[in-house]
Design a protein around this ligand. Structure first.
Ligand code: LLP
Length: 436
């Protein structure tokens, strides 16, 4: 069980002090439940963990989960925010997020996105490639506006859950490679532009990382880079280490707790600075999944149950790959709890399927659950990150509502889409209106 989950006297699953069965009755299904306390605790753990450094910033990677309310919560908690498109920037601005705490990422920002970022005055633009650097310098010069940037570097450290490998020629669409001289050229170029203020460097080595030793490798590569430029008289005073900490989806996952992770980062940074006789730069990190992933639960209603003797039993839910595309996309594994039978023992093995017209639309394969009946409520855990933000309307399924729960109270965060929303932007060309 995650965060504030418990089982109440009726044998129902509770999240944030709210009975999940009651939430499903009140708000309908599928329903995303957002456990506010878990987000608060995670954000505070990051801030507390880095507080040992004098100069630091925790930047929430909003691609994981972004709504107006989330921006407000993130702002109130004292985090900054990263956006990767004009759309994400728009949401943050509409929420009134302090613009100097907005970081703008992306490997192919459009000219209008860059213009928008300069016009509103985002805190930092994280420049990804030469085309962007040159375009940005030109726009900034035309507007006579100083723009603060970080350069996204590719340190050649590939992280995965169990090991890291260092590659001389990393194959990635993101960032300036350190291995082949691009990173050095980007600094020299940026340094020469009148309206570009080069503040520092950024890297992001991956996502859902369990083996945190790869961060230390990246820190050393980045600090060597900083040292190299110090000797050339260019100060790179900010070091953004990206996001990537893994979370628990199933019992098999053993993520590193946030305090342990931040402790490791802080000690690695201090050690790297000491070894090179460098001042510790301003350290930024950009967690997304590890702030919000375990705070999310999706509740579905079970419908059709199909037993294929000797093969498997499918139990289908009223959502699926539309609200959670991660299973079909990444073979992601999830755990589920029957919310109205949370106190009952597991009796049978099920495969949980979605309602989309695709065989790959499965949410969980082979999970042991109490005997299921149509109408039961299945809570799928750890759906807070990259679910709502990656949801689609495939098969014209309206996107679910999001409700936030906190100490026994529930409040709508995003309304359920309606059928009318599905056709809001559709237009019928005039010639077709009376038949062709
Ligand atoms: N910073 C940068 C530059 C990133 O590209 C990302 C994620 C993050 C921070 C946040 O990483 P996190 O802490 O959430 O791991 N859709 C995939 C995940 C894609 C992550 C993309 N970048 C999934 O559902 O697993």
């Amino acid at each position: 069980m995650n965060g504030t989950m418990s089982i109440n006297k009726q044998g129902h699953l509770e999240i944030g002090g709210c009975d999940v069965v009651e939430l499903a009755q009140k708000y309908g299904t599928p329903l995303y439940i957002f456990d506010e306390e878990t987000v608060i605790n995670n954000a505070k753990a990051y801030l507390a963990g880095l507080a040992e450094l004098e100069n630091y910033e925790v930047i929430y990677a909003s691609k994981a989960f972004l709504t107006l309310g989330m921006c407000k919560l993130i702002e109130a908690l004292g985090l900054s925010i990263d956006v990767v498109s004009g759309g994400e920037l728009y949401v943050a601005l509409q929420a009134g997020f302090p613009v100097n705490r907005i970081y703008f990422h992306g490997n192919n920002k459009s000219i209008s996105e860059l213009q928008m970022a300069i016009d509103v005055g985002v805190g930092r633009i994280v420049v990804d490639n030469f085309y962007e650097l040159e375009t940005l310098a030109e726009i900034a010069a035309n507007k006579r506006r100083q723009v603060n940037i970080l350069l996204r570097l590719n340190p050649g450290v590939e992280a995965d859950t169990h090991s890291y490998i260092q590659t001389g020629q990393p194959d990635s669409k993101f960032g300036f490679s350190i291995g082949n001289g691009d990173a050095e050229r980007s600094v020299d170029l940026a340094d020469g532009f009148e309206y570009i203020n080069l503040k520092g460097i950024h890297c992001h080595i991956g996502s859902q990382i369990f083996d945190i030793s790869s961060y230390k490798v990246a820190i050393n590569v980045m600090m060597d880079f900083i040292l190299n430029y110090k000797s050339k008289g260019i100060t790179l005073s900010e070091l953004n280490l990206g996001g990537g900490l893994g979370i628990r989806y199933t019992k098999a996952d053993q993520p590193v707790p946030i305090p342990e992770f931040t402790k490791f980062l802080v000690s690695s940074v201090k050690e790297a600075a000491e070894q090179r006789n460098l001042e510790i730069p301003r350290i930024m990190i950009e967690p997304g999944r590890s702030i919000v992933g375990e705070a999310g639960t999706t509740v579905y209603q079970i419908g059709a149950i199909k037993d294929i003797p000797g093969i498997r039993t499918y139990a289908s839910v009223d959502g699926g790959m539309t609200d959670n595309p991660r299973v079909a996309l990444y073979q992601a594994q999830y755990h589920g709890i029957v919310a109205n039978k949370a106190d009952q023992p597991a009796e049978k093995t099920y495969t949980i399927a979605g309602k989309c017209c695709e065989s790959s639309d499965k949410l969980i394969e082979n999970i042991e659950l109490p005997q299921l009946e149509p109408g039961d409520l299945l809570a799928v855990l750890s759906t807070g990150a990259y679910n709502y933000s990656m949801a689609s309307n495939y098969n014209s399924l309206p996107r679910p509502a999001i409700v936030t729960v906190y100490r026994g109270e529930s409040k709508l965060m995003v309304e359920r889409e309606t059928y009318a929303d599905l056709i809001r932007l559709h237009r019928i060309p005039k010639r077709w209106q009376a038949g062709i």
